[in-house]
Design a protein around this ligand. Sequence first.
Ligand code: PBG
Length: 327
Amino acid sequence: MELVKRPRRLRMDGRVRDMIRETRITKKSLIYPIFVEEGQGIIREIPTMPGQKRYSPDTLPKALEEAAEKGIQNIMFFGIPKHKDECGSQAYCDHGIIQEAMRAGKKYVPQLLYIGDVCMCEYTSHGHCGIIKGDSVDNDKTVPLLAKTAVSQVAAGADMVAPSDMMDGRVAAIRQALDEAGYIDTPIMSYAAKYASAFYGPFRDAAGSDNFKGNRKTYQMDWHNRREALKEVDTDLEEGADIIMVKPALSYLDIIREVRDRVNVPVAAYSVSGEYAMIKAAGAQGMVDESAIIAETTTGIYRAGAEILITYFAMEIAQMIDEGRIG
Ligand code: PBG
């Protein structure tokens, strides 16, 4: 055959395939979420997320060291307090669990970057992401508490804060509170387009926030919508967000691409607990090749436009990068 174009030419040699890759993944762009629980001596398996554990501040440094040794550079903390109340007071308590985890991390493994999840659902007795009013969350009563939470996390050592509550106006309020406290250089990574997703199920089990009545549809986004994600992103950028996040990742690759094409800031994607749990479950049953699926799904998220990935597979991905199986 006389063909001018033979696309297979560039697929014949593995070295050429490596050379022309359009998507590369670096360890430095990964964020590893870790669950920290108030108490002592805790290393507790999370049943819905096989391989992930809860740590108390004293057992945490070892896990952080292991992550650092693998070349992970960024950590995000989710806190599980001993006591929950109506107004989630442990979220903004100076000696709350995230604050103590920050102190332990900064003291024993200072080379890592620590990001605090700013939300109230792990701290409220009713499990919602803010102060309850009727069947919903009171936006304007919640926002000042989120700002207080962010400031106390940064005071305890957080290098960055990531509000995941989806209240209106929280980025502006957090920015103002951080600035007033003198933390003008602490970035905000906003969960800008966060959908009301069933993929958070395993996380809620892990974080003990699965007791809430109803759903989160009055604050998290309806997953039928695409334009609305852009509205949320625009709003958060106007309010001063430094990094924008899309969450979940795998069912929202179109949103990641659209956001990437629209904004001039870094875009993060959060591959959430349900995505992790499904791959783990299918892998454990021998239905799929787990590490091949991790490599392909992870690459898909980056190819969609994410430059930062929050993933429970961070350790596995780092290992695969070392082995040349990904990236
Ligand atoms: C809220 C929060 C949630 C997740 C991250 N932050 C749960 C929720 O909104 O109900 C989910 C993350 C995951 O599923 O991995 N603080």
